[in-house]
Design a protein around this ligand. Structure first.
Ligand code: SF4
Length: 788
C-alpha cells in the first residue's frame, strides 16, 4: 500500500500556524482545530438530484480504492443484511421483510470502505510521525492513514506514540484510576457505534467503579428530543416504524438533511411521494435530497431527472422553527373555527391530551406579523403547509439536529409534538413522530444504560443483577465533563469510540480541558484529532470494527444494535480483522474492568468477554423489553422494543400527551450579525471526513466555506470567493475562526452555514439547550470581517 505523504502546504499570506512552536503546543491551540487550507475550495455546479449515477460511482470509487474489488463485493454484499453486519454509519432502519441484494447507500459504502481499508497505521507509522507533525494534517489526511494495529502509548513529554502491550495498557489505566481521589474524577464517554453488549458492560464497569459519569454522543445530537418527547408523550424515541412511510399522506421533514445524513430514508420518501404523499421540507437551505432523488436500486431511474420528493419547501430562518410551527398551527386553529370544528381532532384532544387551552392561548397571543418576521417564511407558504397538515389523516414528522441543537431545542421538540397532537397524529398507522438518529447504535447505547441520569429503576435492577450498590447521584454529561476536566475535577478521560475533540463545541476550551487530564484513553479503529490533543499520558486501544469477525474463547461472536425505530438486531462481521492484535470493544471493556476492579467485583469479566450470550442474559434481566434476548436477537431482522406511544398509550404521569405553551425564541441580531448554523458536507459522516467535496452544495477541494444569502453578501460588501474571518458573540465573549471562503447560496436571509468541526470553535461551551444541556451548535450569532 502506498503511504499518503503529509500535505505539503505553502503558507499563504495571513496564515499564522504553518508550524507549531513549543509555546503553541503548550497552549494546546495548534492542531486542536482542523488546519487552514492551502488552497481555496472551488465552486462547481450543485447537483440538484440526490443519489443516481454519481452516487454509484462515488460508492464504487471509495470501496474499490480502499478495499479492492473482491473485498468490496464480499463486505458490501452483507452490509445491512439479516445475516450480515449493521452499517457502521447512521441509524436508519432496514426493511423488516425481504431485503434487496444491496441494502446500503453511498455513505454506507464510504463507512464500510473507511473501516475495511487495507491501509494500516502501524507502530512504524507512529515512529515516523510525531504528534506535533500529525496535528498539522487535515482530518481527511488523518482518516486516510488506515487502521491502527496495536495499542499505542504517548508518554509524558514525548512526541511519538509507542507500542504497549494490552496487559500493560490495562494496568496503566487501572493505576491511574486507583490514584484518583474519587471515582467521579473519571469520565467514560461512549460514541454511537458501540454495540449493545459493550455499552452495557461499560456502564456496569463505570458504576462498579463508582461513578455515573457516562457522557455520550447523544448528549450532543438528540438529548433535546429525549427530554422533550419523554415529558410530552412518555417515550423519548420515534413512535413510527419504517412501514408507516408507506401509509402516510403527509410527511414533514424539519431541520434534517436525509440526502447526506440518512440517505436510505430517500427510498421511503420516494415510495411515499409516488403514493401521493405530500412531503414538506423545512430548512434554511434547500437540501438536494429533498428536491429530487434518483433511486440507485432501479437502473432505469438513473436516467432522467429523478423523482420529485418535497412538494413544498419552507425556507425557515435558522431557529425560526417555533415561529413557523406556531404560524402553521395558528392557521389550523383558524381553519378549525371556520369549518365548525372539522380540522382539529377534538375527541382525541379531549380524551388523550392535556394543556390544550394554554397552548392555544399562547399561539393566539402571537400576531401574524411577528410570526412571519421571526420565521422568515411568507404567509402564502405557511398557509399551504397548514392546508396540507389540516387535510392529512396520517402525518409523520421527522427531524434531526436542525431542531435540537439550539438553546431552545427542547421547546422546538415540544412544538413538533403540539403540531402532531392537533390532529391526533400519534399512535396510528402511517402517523407519528420520528427523531432521526445520526449514529448507528446511539439509541441502543442509551437503552443499555449509557446516561449520566439513568432512572432509579434501572440502577436498582443493575445492582440486583450484579450484587452491588450503583452510585445514585447523577454524573456528568458531555458539556459537564468538559467543564469538569477544564477545572481539574476530572483527571481521567476514557472514550469508547468517537472523536471527542472534534464532536464537541468550543474546540479551544475542550482541547485545554483534555490536556489538563492525567490520562486520556481512546478505543478506536482509526487515527483522529482526539488522539493528538491529549492528557499528560494517552493511550490508543485499537478495536475490531463492525465489518470484522469477532472470535472469542467460546467461539465466533456477534453483537447487537438498535436502530432509530427501536428494532434490535444482530450484527456479524465477515472480514478478517485488520490486525491480530486488535480486540473487540467488549474484550477491551472487560480487560479494563478486570484490571481496575480487581478484588472489588464479583462480575466474571473475562468470562463475559468469552461468551456474549452471557452478557445478553444479564441484559435480559436488567433492561425492559429484552426478554428472551438470545433467542429473539437470532431471529432474522431481530425484534421491536416496546413503545407505548406507538400504540396511542402515553406513559406520562397523567397518562395523557401534553401540549406545551412554547415561548418564541428571540435573537437580537443587531450590528449586522447573522445566525450561523453548523452542518455536514456530503463527504462526511459525523466527524469522519471521507473527502473534501460536497457535490450537493457545489463545493470541491476544501471545507472552510461559509454559505451566505447573496443579499446578505451585498449588504456587507462581500464578494463570491472572498476570504472572511468569522467572530461569534456570546455575551461579551468572542471566538474567532479564520479564513473561510464566501459562497453565495440560497440560504434564508440573515443566516449563514459552515461545516463542523471547522466551525465548532465558534460554539461557546456555555451555549446549551435549556433542559437538555445539548450544545447549541445550530444558532450562533456571528459577524464577518474580510481576512487579512
Ligand atoms: S442510510 Fe445510513 S445505515 Fe443505511 S446504508 Fe446509508 S449510511 Fe448506512
Amino acid at each position: 500500500m502506498q503511504r499518503h505523504e503529509p500535505e505539503q502546504r505553502a503558507p499563504e499570506p495571513g496564515e499564522r500556524r504553518a508550524r507549531a512552536t513549543d509555546a503553541d503546543l503548550a497552549e494546546g491551540v495548534v492542531g486542536a482545530e482542523p488546519p487552514l487550507e492551502p488552497r481555496a475550495p472551488r465552486r462547481v455546479a450543485r447537483e440538484l438530484s440526490a443519489a443516481g449515477l454519481p452516487s454509484v460511482l462515488e460508492a464504487a470509487h471509495h470501496a474499490f480504492g480502499a478495499m479492492g474489488v473482491v473485498r468490496s463485493v464480499h463486505a458490501l454484499s452483507v452490509v445491512n443484511q439479516k445475516h450480515g453486519f449493521d452499517c457502521p454509519s447512521c441509524a436508519w432502519p432496514d426493511p423488516d421483510g425481504e431485503r434487496k441484494r444491496f441494502e446500503f447507500c453511498e455513505n454506507g459504502a464510504k463507512a464500510v470502505a473507511s473501516e475495511a481499508t487495507l491501509e494500516r497505521a502501524t507502530p512504524a507509522f507512529f515512529a515516523r510521525y510525531g504528534v506535533s507533525e500529525l496535528r498539522l494534517q487535515s482530518d481527511h489526511w488523518l482518516e486516510q492513514q488506515g487502521r491502527i494495529t496495536q495499542p499505542m502509548l504517548l508518554e509524558r513529554s514525548r512526541d511519538h506514540y509507542q507500542p504497549i502491550s494490552w496487559d500493560h495498557a490495562f494496568e496503566l489505566i487501572a493505576s491511574e484510576l486507583h490514584a484518583l481521589g474519587s471515582p467521579d474524577e473519571a469520565v467514560f464517554y461512549t460514541s454511537g457505534r458501540t454495540s449493545n453488549e459493550a455499552a452495557f458492560l461499560y456502564g456496569l464497569f463505570a458504576r462498579q467503579f463508582g461513578t455515573n459519569n457516562l457522557p455520550d454522543c447523544s448528549n450532543m445530537c438528540h438529548e433535546s428530543s429525549g427530554v422533550g418527547l419523554k415529558a410530552a408523550i412518555g417515550v423519548g424515541k420515534a413512535t413510527i416504524t419504517l412501514e408507516d412511510f408507506l401509509h402516510a399522506d403527509s410527511i414533514f421533514v424539519i431541520g434534517q438533511n436525509p440526502g447526506s445524513c440518512h440517505p436510505r430514508m430517500l427510498l421511503e420518501l420516494e415510495k411515499a411521494a409516488k403514493n401521493g404523499c405530500r412531503i414538506v421540507s423545512v430548512n434554511p437551505l434547500p437540501e438536494t435530497g429533498l428536491l429530487r432523488f434518483k433511486n440507485p436500486q432501479r437502473p432505469l431511474a438513473l436516467l432522467g431527472t429523478g423523482t420529485p420528493i418535497a412538494c413544498l419547501h419552507l425556507p425557515v430562518r435558522v431557529n425560526g422553527d417555533v415561529a413557523l410551527l406556531d404560524a402553521i398551527m395558528k392557521r389550523m386553529l383558524e381553519l378549525d373555527r371556520e369549518s365548525g370544528g372539522r380540522v382539529l381532532a377534538h375527541d382525541f384532544i379531549e380524551q388523550h391530551t392535556e394543556g390544550f387551552a394554554a397552548f392555544a392561548a399562547n399561539i393566539e397571543a402571537h400576531g401574524w406579523a411577528q410570526l412571519i418576521e421571526e420565521s422568515g417564511v411568507a404567509r402564502e407558504l405557511i398557509e399551504e403547509a397548514a392546508a396540507i397538515a389540516s387535510r392529512s389523516e396520517r402525518m409523520i414528522v421527522c427531524w434531526a439536529m436542525g431542531i435540537t441543537q439550539h438553546q431552545n431545542g427542547v421547546a422546538n421538540v415540544q412544538s413538533l409534538v403540539n403540531f402532531a397532537l392537533l390532529r391526533g397524529q400519534i399512535g396510528r398507522r402511517g402517523a407519528g413522530l420520528c427523531p432521526v438518529r445520526g449514529h448507528s447504535n446511539v439509541q441502543g447505547d442509551r437503552t443499555m444504560g449509557i446516561w449520566e441520569r439513568m432512572s432509579d429503576e434501572f440502577l436498582q435492577a443493575l445492582g440486583q443483577e450484579f450484587g452491588f450498590a450503583p452510585p445514585s447521584h447523577h454524573g456528568q454529561d458531555t458539556v459537564g465533563s468538559i467543564l469538569a476536566m477544564h477545572d481539574g475535577r476530572v483527571k481521567v478521560f476514557v472514550g469508547l469510540g468517537g472523536n471527542f475533540l472534534s464532536a464537541t463545541p468550543d474546540t479551544r476550551f475542550t482541547s485545554e480541558a483534555l490536556q489538563r487530564c492525567r490520562l486520556t484513553v481512546h478505543v478506536s479503529t482509526k487515527l483522529n484529532r482526539a488522539h493528538l490533543i491529549t492528557g499528560e499520558r494517552a493511550l490508543i486501544l485499537p478495536c475490531l470494527g463492525r465489518t470484522e469477525r469477532d472470535s472469542q474463547a467460546s467461539g465466533e461472536q456477534f453483537v447487537s444494535v438498535e436502530d432509530t425505530m427501536g428494532v434490535v438486531h444482530a450484527s456479524r462481521g465477515v472480514l478478517e480483522p485488520a490486525s491480530p492484535d486488535l480486540r473487540s470493544e467488549v474484550a477491551i471493556v472487560c480487560g479494563i474492568a478486570h484490571a481496575a476492579l480487581a478484588g472489588r467485583t464479583r462480575v466474571d469479566w473475562l468470562g463475559l468477554a468469552a461468551d456474549y450470550d452471557r452478557i445478553r442474559q444479564h441484559i435480559e434481566h436488567v433492561v425492559p423489553g429484552f426478554y428472551q434476548y438470545n433467542r429473539r436477537v437470532r431471529e432474522p431482522g431481530g425484534f421491536y422494543l416496546p413503545n407505548a406511544a406507538r400504540h396511542g398509550v402515553f406513559e406520562t404521569a397523567s397518562r395523557r400527551a401534553r401540549f406545551s405553551a412554547v415561548d418564541l425564541p428571540r435573537h437580537e441580531l443587531e450590528d449586522g450579525k447573522l445566525l450561523l448554523t453548523t452542518l455536514r458536507s456530503h463527504d462526511q459522516f459525523n466527524t469522519t471526513i471521507y473527502g473534501e467535496s460536497d457535490r450537493y452544495r457545489g463545493i470541491r477541494g476544501g471545507r472552510r466555506v461559509i454559505f451566505l444569502n447573496p443579499e446578505d453578501m451585498l449588504a456587507r460588501e462581500l464578494s463570491d470567493g472572498q476570504r472572511v474571518d468569522i467572530t461569534s458573540h456570546h455575551g461579551s465573549e468572542r471566538r474567532l475562526a479564520e479564513r473561510f471562503v464566501v459562497v453565495p447560496y440560497p440560504i434564508a436571509r440573515g443566516c449563514a452555514a459552515a461545516y463542523f468541526p471547522e466551525a465548532n470553535v465558534l460554539v461557546p461551551i456555555g451555549s446549551v439547550a435549556r433542559g437538555s444541556n445539548q450544545p447549541a451548535s445550530k444558532s450562533i450569532p456571528i459577524t464577518l470581517a474580510p481576512s487579512a
